[in-house]
Structures are given as C-alpha cells and as structure tokens.
Ligand binder design. Structure first.
Ligand SMILES: [Zn+2]
Length: 141
C-alpha cells in the first residue's frame, strides 16, 4: 500500500522539508491551519501512535520539541498546539503517524472549543477502573 509520507521520506514525494535526522523528518503541512503548521514523522512507517516503537517514539518527541522551539523563536506565536490524531473519528487522514505543530495567534479563528461532559455518580471511578485494568494487564509485557 502506498503512503504519501513514506514517499516524502524516500524522496519520491515532494515536501517543504524543515528538519531531518536519522530517524525523523519534519515538513510544512500543505493544508495549514495557520502558516508554519508543521508535521513531524518517524521515517519508519507506523499507522498511528499506538504502534510506534520506543526508539522512534523517543526520536519523534525530541524532534517535535526541537522544531516547536524553532517555530516559537521564528514565528513568535501566542501559543502552539501539538496534536496527534489517531483514527478517523479523531480526524486522522494520513495513516503514517505524525505530530502536528500548530502555531496559534490571538483571534486566528481556529476554533477548538470542546464541550465538556460531567461524570455522573460513580462513572468516573468506572472509567478509571477500565483503564487501570488495561494498565495492569499490560504490565510486564
Ligand atoms: Zn508511511
């Protein structure tokens, strides 16, 4: 199956590349929410965040922090969002794991206004127990 991000890694696909090291590559998003909106990806293909191997995860996070600071210095935004979309319900469209680095400005009209929910009696504990159960069964793996 072809992957447009793997094509960028191999040099077949073109991109406005910002930064590259042994295991990561960063480039401008072609559909920016604000100008300077950038993506950081591992050179190895992973569909999404769930599967990224330790060595690549650590490299991607370091590259993301490095580039975030360079965007902060060069574009002087009021804030920066770092986002990973996983699965179509979360807005993932390219199935090669990537972090978005989105410079934010006052009144930039990128609305990201969540509607917060309230836990009913006992529901918070129920959700915590489901998650802790998965944590317990993952330990030692
Ligand atoms: Zn890929």
């Amino acid at each position: 199956m072809s992957c447009i991000f793997c094509d960028i890694v191999s040099g077949i696909g073109k991109a406005e590349i910002l930064f590259e090291d042994d295991s990561t590559i960063s480039f401008l998003d072609i559909r920016p929410l604000n100008f300077g909106h950038s993506l950081v990806i591992p050179k190895n293909h992973y569909n999404n965040f769930y599967d990224v191997a330790d060595k690549d995860l650590s490299s991607v996070i370091k590259a993301t922090q490095f580039l975030t600071n360079c965007i902060k210095t060069s574009l002087n935004p009021d804030g920066i969002n770092i986002i990973s979309n996983n699965g179509s319900s979360a807005g993932q469209t390219i199935y090669h794991f990537h972090f978005h680095i989105i410079p934010r400005f006052k009144n930039d009209h990128f609305t990201f206004r969540p509607q917060f929910k309230d836990y009913s009696e006992g529901l918070m504990k129920e959700f915590a127990e489901k998650i802790r159960s998965a944590i317990d069964s993952s330990k030692g793996k």
